[in-house]
Design a protein around this ligand. Structure first.
Ligand code: MTE
Length: 321
């Protein structure tokens, strides 16, 4: 019997579609901001959404985190992606995630911290401003997008739990709901999906806990209601629909590293000089940039070298890939 293995490197046809023009994007932002100022946007609890429905978020654009390229369209970002709990193909997450219920939501905090327990998502986010940051996303499959994420700095949330001096790493777990997630009814990956960061990586100001994109709550296929964004790492580190955060002394296991250790390392830093065993990482295809000129050289740490290179000083990045 031929068993098809899930791999973040499995490719599917790229759907050509237009990118949002910067003008249209800024116009939309202006309209939203005007609505917010007038107090007419129905924010409710903000990030809470009913199954499958996205709602407007109150966000503040953080201009420090932006890129010169225009963001990809909402359509591209929400219809071409990986979320293996909903299937193998790039279109599956959008097509098969409507039964998933992202609200109400709690996050359980465990391990080496003073404030452990189970917290309602709105309580975790209440003390923070939801920032909009435009980040490059570089997938291990050698394609990339530009995404306006809305979220709170991961470090600020983690500090609420008062990690102890033994907390050297932080581990994340995705929800396990086979009844709502058809991919979890297959044994192709070890469920639930798990990921981890070194604590200093997690505290880096670039690391974001996203609750939305384009000023709206996350749609199910992009990891509602809460997911990780580490823009200097390959996209698979961005664990979705997080229900557990655990502070640990030892390096935690991660789903793709367990599944194929020679292909997917714990660090997963974007590195054009270290190829994936099955393909080069030197260049990337920009989704939505058209047929001509869409392949560009990949930048070290996905262009965030200045912000994160010091985290890996003295480390052999070919060994710690
Ligand atoms: N998280 C979970 N729980 N399950 C997944 O299959 N896929 C990862 C990551 N997070 C995945 C996940 C991979 S391979 C990528 S490239 C990104 O999510 C895609 O995120 P996007 O929706 O922002 O493009």
């Amino acid at each position: 019997m031929l068993i098809r293995r899930f791999r973040p490197g499995d490719s599917a046809a790229i759907r050509p579609s237009e990118i949002t023009s910067e003008h249209a994007y800024l116009n939309r932002r202006k309209l939203l901001q005007a609505a917010l100022a007038a107090g007419v946007a129905g924010l409710g609890a903000g990030w809470m959404s009913d199954a499958g429905a996205v709602t407007d978020l109150k966000v503040e654009r953080n201009a420090k985190y932006s890129v010169s390229d225009p963001p990809n369209s909402y359509q591209d970002i929400t219809s071409y992606n990986n979320y293996y709990e909903f299937g193998l193909d790039k279109s599956d997450p959008a097509e098969l995630s409507s039964r998933f219920k992202p609200s109400p939501w709690t996050v359980t905090v465990k391990g080496e911290a003073e404030n452990t327990g189970t917290f309602a998502l709105e309580d975790l986010l209440k003390p923070h401003t939801i920032e909009e940051r435009v980040y490059r996303l570089r997938c291990v499959e050698a394609w990339s997008m530009v995404v306006p994420w809305d979220g709170v700095p991961l470090g600020a949330v983690l500090k609420q739990f008062k990690p102890t001096s033994k907390a050297k790493y932080v581990a994340f777990k995705t929800v396990l709901r086979p009844s709502e997630m058809p991919g979890q009814r297959s044994g192709s990956l070890d469920w639930p999906y798990i990921e981890g960061l070194r604590i200093d990586e997690a505290m880096n100001p670039l690391a974001l806990l996203a609750v939305g994109l384009y000023g709206k709550t996350l749609p199910n296929q992009n990891g509602a209601p809460l997911r990780l964004i580490t823009p200097w790492k390959y996209g698979f580190k961005g664990i979705k629909s997080i229900v557990e955060i655990r502070f640990t002394e030892k390096q935690p296991p991660s789903t793709w590293n367990i599944s194929a250790p020679h292909e997917y390392g714990f660090y997963a830093n974007v590195n054009p000089n270290v190829d994936h065993p099955r393909w080069s990482q030197a260049r990337e295809r920009k989704i939505g940039a058209g047929v001509f000129g869409s392949r560009v050289p990949t930048l070290m740490f996905n262009g965030y070298e200045q912000e994160v290179a010091s985290l890996y000083k003295g480390m052999d990045l070919k060994k710690y890939y």
